[in-house]
Structure formats: structure tokens, C-alpha cells
Design a protein around this ligand. Structure first.
Ligand code: FES
Length: 168
């Protein structure tokens, strides 16, 4: 597809835990990486604070992929936050699959503060995969849907106009 190669870069929204992945990304200079210029990092105090609504909102507002980064199991500052994230992730994946959003568009990784290379690798790898998938463009699809529904409404109205007003 032309769009995939035509200078298009996937947009990633990253929800990173303050204590680990956020620090790793900051130290590794992820936001300045040439390969993944369209990453927007949002800091959470724990990956367990990630409301699935945030992920849905990121997609609805034009993200092509959502990356979640948390402390390794056993290292969460709030003890069980990341286990909660893992459980939520299972539900989230199911919801996304139902909506037809490909699995590779939402990813959870455990990355400690000292794993700057890992965060870079994950961002690059995700960028590659998203590039292969192409744009998700939910806002654009929404617009198309609006237009289609308007056309449908007109069709229904036109058809009704030609019918007698009392239909049994
Ligand atoms: S504090 Fe990092 S995942 Fe909970």
C-alpha cells in the first residue's frame, strides 16, 4: 500500500510507569530518536493506573499503536499494580479484537529504569510492525461512517416518502 511507504510514520502513544520505563525512555532519549519520531509518552505513577479507557481514547484520537511500559513482575512500587495491568491487558486485547483492531497495535512490556536499550528496541520493533499494518486512522473512519450513515438516513427517508403514510 502506498500510504505505508509514502513518508507515513505510525503514531504511538506510550503510557509509561514513572518508576521504570519512563525513566528508561528519558535516559535513552526515546523522544529524540530518529527512527520513531511520532511517539508521545504519557507518564503514569504505576502501570496499574492505566484505565483501559485511556487506551481506547488514544486510538479514538488517532494513535496507530499504544505501548504500555511497567516495572517487572515483583518490582512494582505498589506491589501488585503490574499484575493488575496484566489482567486488564487480557480484557483490553479482547475488546480491541472485537473492534477489529489488530493485536500488534497494543503492547505491554516490562522495562526497568536501567533498560534504556530495551525501550529503544521495543519502540523500533513496534514502529516496524505498525508500519507493516499501515494507518489505523479511527478518526478518519469515524468521518466515513458519519457520511455513510447520513446517506443511509436519506435513503430510508426517500423510500418512506414514496410509501403511503399509514403502513401496517
Ligand atoms: S510502579 Fe511501576 S508498574 Fe507499578
Amino acid at each position: 500500500m502506498e500510504m505505508k511507504t509514502n513518508g507515513w510514520q505510525p503514531k504511538i502513544v506510550a503510557f509509561f510507569c514513572n518508576w521504570c520505563t519512563y525513566t528508561a525512555a528519558d535516559l535513552a532519549g526515546v523522544s529524540r530518536m530518529k527512527y520513531a519520531p511520532n511517539i508521545r509518552i504519557i507518564r503514569l505513577m504505576c502501570s496499574g493506573r492505566l484505565d483501559p479507557q485511556f487506551v481506547m481514547a488514544a486510538f479514538a484520537r488517532g494513535a496507530d499503536g499504544v505501548l504500555i511500559g511497567g516495572c517487572h513482575p515483583g518490582d512494582c512500587h505498589y506491589v501488585e499494580g503490574n499484575y493488575k495491568t496484566l489482567r486488564r491487558m487480557t480484557l483490553l486485547k479482547r475488546m480491541l479484537a472485537d473492534l477489529g483492531i489488530e493485536e500488534d497495535r497494543c503492547r505491554l512490556e516490562w522495562i526497568s529504569a536501567s533498560e534504556g536499550d530495551k525501550v529503544k528496541w521495543v519502540v523500533n520493533d513496534m514502529t516496524e510492525k505498525l508500519r507493516a499494518l499501515g494507518p489505523l486512522d479511527l478518526p478518519g473512519k469515524h468521518k466515513e461512517w458519519d457520511a455513510e450513515m447520513e446517506a443511509l438516513e436519506k435513503e430510508v427517508q426517500t423510500q418512506q416518502e414514496g410509501e403511503p403514510s399509514h403502513v401496517h
